[in-house]
Design a binder for this molecule. Structure first.
Ligand SMILES: CCCCC/C=C\C/C=C\C/C=C\C/C=C\CCCC(=O)SCCNC(=O)CCNC(=O)[C@H](O)C(C)(C)COP(=O)(O)OP(=O)(O)OC[C@H]1O[C@@H](n2cnc3c(N)ncnc32)[C@H](O)[C@@H]1OP(=O)(O)O
Length: 236
């Protein structure tokens, strides 16, 4: 599982070129998306309903029972192991990051479900955080904003080669960011110096830029040079 020459390599992560969320890779992952949606709904219901104590305990018992049903299957821990499992079943390069990421994964109930796509030399993102991401009353948690920036910039690196680690993120919070409405993000690469990519991004709600971010991402020593014509061969 640790073979870094595996055909499944996170550095191959693709950026969509469509503002529409692509279909799940198969029916199993479609079902995972549906379960993640149900879990988000449950979480939101718990956070926003004046529910009686007995009802909350009864639902907790049911959910534990249902979780045990799923836990009884063979366990595969981590995106890499799961990707390798799918590859061994002849499904090419399943790109599970977009399903499993804690920032954008449609099949990860803790993610706010962000979609990222490329237009020209920029990446765009759309996300609608909700009450489960509240920080200041009625507004988005600053740490969630940092998560969204980190992820959009990380994916944006694919425009110019492979993905490197986040080295530094510098965020300026201009004004409180609303929740429960679609937010837009845009990111691009400002310059490349050796293994360092200098990136920038903005977060927009309606017609206001509520936060902006600069990020320095450091490519691995073994990564191919930036803007390689064959970025998919980048290695760890
Ligand atoms: C094998 C790693 C490949 C990277 C893979 C990364 C992510 C996974 C890949 C794909 C997943 C797909 C999508 C990912 C989606 C989300 C991921 C979000 C990204 C993250 O969530 S990722 C976790 C948070 N992240 C960390 O957990 C980093 C911990 N840290 C380290 O792993 C090292 O610290 C590292 C690698 C940062 C540097 O280590 P190093 O040894 O390669 O660097 P070195 O010292 O050689 O410096 C070389 C030049 O970078 C400058 N420099 C060094 N450090 C800097 C810094 N922090 N800020 C600004 N500049 C820095 C120096 O000043 C020098 O600059 P100069 O050349 O000009 O002198």
């Amino acid at each position: 599982m640790s073979n870094h020459h595996s055909p499944v390599d996170d550095h191959q992560v693709r950026i969509s070129d469509s503002p529409e969320i692509p279909p799940a890779i198969n029916d199993n992952w479609q079902a995972r998306r549906e379960l993640a949606d149900a879990l988000r709904r449950l979480n939101m219901a718990m956070l926003t309903a004046d529910a009686p104590t007995g009802q909350l305990r009864a639902v907790a018992a049911v959910v534990h029972t249902e979780a045990a049903r799923i836990e009884a299957n063979e366990r595969v821990y981590g995106r890499k192991a799961l990707s390798n499992l799918y590859t061994s079943r002849q499904q090419q390069n399943p790109d599970l990051l977009h399903e499993m990421s804690p920032a954008s994964g449609w099949s990860n109930a803790v993610a706010p479900g962000m979609h990222i796509w490329r237009e020209g030399e920029r990446v765009h993102a759309r996300v609608t955080p909700d009450w489960s991401h509240e920080g200041p009353f009625g507004h988005l948690h600053g740490g969630v904003i940092a998560l969204l920036f980190d992820h959009v910039l990380s994916i944006g690196q694919r425009m110019v080669g492979s993905i490197g680690h986040t080295g530094t993120l510098t965020i300026r919070y201009h004004r409180p960011t609303p929740i429960n409405k679609p937010l837009r993000m845009v990111a691009d690469v400002k310059r490349i110096e050796g293994r360092k990519k200098f990136m920038a991004a903005e977060l927009w709600a309606d017609n206001a830029c509520t936060a902006s971010c600069e990020g320095i991402f450091i490519a691995s020593r073994n990564a191919l040079p930036p803007a390689s014509p064959e970025p998919d061969k980048a290695d760890t």
